[in-house]
Write a protein that binds this ligand. Structure first.
Ligand code: UD2
Ligand code: MN
Length: 354
């Protein structure tokens, strides 16, 4: 009897000790985890000690602070763009000219001093588009911010010399040329994932991934910054979802049924906070690989996988077609400005295969 109660008390004490130990370990783990999440979410620099890590976490505030001396036009509740929808059903803004005050946006965001990474691939004959892309980006893309262009090419010696503004620089990464344009385009997902893991998570707050066969014409600025940013495809913004070129075969991981879908997003531009873009490219890579193991290539390669991802992981901000138009479309009534546009190219001539 005595031995029994002794054993029972012993077991109880042991359980209590183990629970206490569990609480301590869990507490330590979650505090480290929440710190590293906020760190990677804000893309702070790699910490060298836990003390520094805490300090960095605290410093990366995203408070929307407007300078006291700054005066802007009174915003209206009654007027504004009525020709287009400016908010999604999940309440993400859709950014159009006339929905924001660029001076106010700059007054708020420039002091935050964010670093922005931009990826651009110029493989094979597409190297010819790089000069215009970079030169026009220096005039219009995130002007007044730190921008680090990551250029991926099979011809590093052919990367043009373009003079960069203050706080803006270029890194050239050598990659092999693949044989099919579909593979070159899709391989960007894996390469961007690696770049984020190896470098960008330490250096940047945001990352934007852009096609090279494009030219900037107008401001493409901090109004585009957000957690997860997607771009409405210029050819599909006025179509119904059953006309979208989603992947329609249920056997593919990118499958979207006819009665589902919000918008058709373009594969030539996506971005956002580094951690969110990492989750996107990692998922798309996994799904691309799963399909390829089954001998499937989605209708529009990584763009199909991107559209699948964004249907189930809604973007926090959606960019109107102003942010990536297509020269071939001319101008339509809703387009007050064209900020960036895909140039007309001879696909048969520039692509590795037809
Ligand atoms: C109008 C149209 O049909 N657009 C589709 C087409 O976009 P695009 O015609 O815009 O694709 P693209 O030929 O521009 O390829 C995408 C990007 O990959 C890079 N690149 C591609 C090939 C190459 O030889 N070298 C090279 O560097 C380059 O950065 C280029 O900008 O194809 C994509 C599929 O991936 C998407 O489905 C787009 O919706
Ligand atoms: Mn393109």
């Amino acid at each position: 009897m005595q031995l029994n109660s002794f054993l029972r008390i012993g077991t109880l004490v042991l359980c209590a000790l183990m629970a206490l130990l569990g609480i301590i370990i869990f507490g330590f783990y979650t505090s480290t985890l929440s710190c590293s999440i906020s760190l990677s979410a804000s893309g702070g620099r790699s910490p060298s000690s836990p003390i520094q890590e805490k300090a960095l976490c605290k410093n990366r505030s995203r408070q929307i602070a407007s300078p006291q001396g700054f005066s802007s036009k009174q915003p209206s509740i009654m007027g504004g763009r009525s020709d287009v929808v400016t908010v999604t059903p999940w309440l993400a803004p859709i950014v159009w000219e006339g929905t924001f005050d660029p001076l106010l946006i700059d007054a708020i965001y420039r002091p935050m001093n964010f670093s922005i990474a931009a990826t651009v691939f110029a493989v094979g004959k597409y190297i010819r588009f790089l000069k215009d892309f970079l030169e026009t980006a220096e005039e219009h893309f995130m002007v007044g911010f730190k921008v680090h262009y990551h250029i991926f090419t099979d011809q590093p010696d052919e990367v043009p010399q373009v003079s960069m503004g203050d706080g803006r620089n270029i890194s050239v990464h050598h990659i092999a040329k693949l044989n099919r344009w579909q593979d070159i385009s899709s391989s960007r997902m894996r390469i961007i994932q690696n770049l984020i893991e190896e470098q960008v998570h330490r250096e940047a707050d945001y990352i934007f991934c852009l096609d090279v066969d494009t030219k900037f014409h107008f401001r493409w600025g901090a109004e585009a910054l957000d957690q997860l940013v997607a771009q409405i495809h210029p050819w599909f913004y006025d179509m119904s979802r059953n006309q979208f070129t989603y992947e329609r075969r249920p056997i593919s991981t990118a499958y979207i049924p006819q009665d589902k879908g919000d918008f058709y997003y373009i594969g030539a531009m996506f971005g956002g906070m580094v951690e969110d873009v990492h989750r996107l490219v990692q998922t798309c890579c996994r799904n691309l690989e799963a399909d390829s193991a089954n001998g499937i290539e989605a209708a529009w390669q990584e763009e199909s996988h991107l559209n699948w991802y964004l249907l189930y992981n809604k973007p926090s901000k959606v960019l109107s077609p102003e942010y990536l138009w297509h020269d071939q479309r001319g101008r339509t009534e809703v387009m007050k400005v064209i900020r960036l546009s895909q140039i007309i190219k001879n696909n048969a001539e520039v692509r590795e295969n037809v």
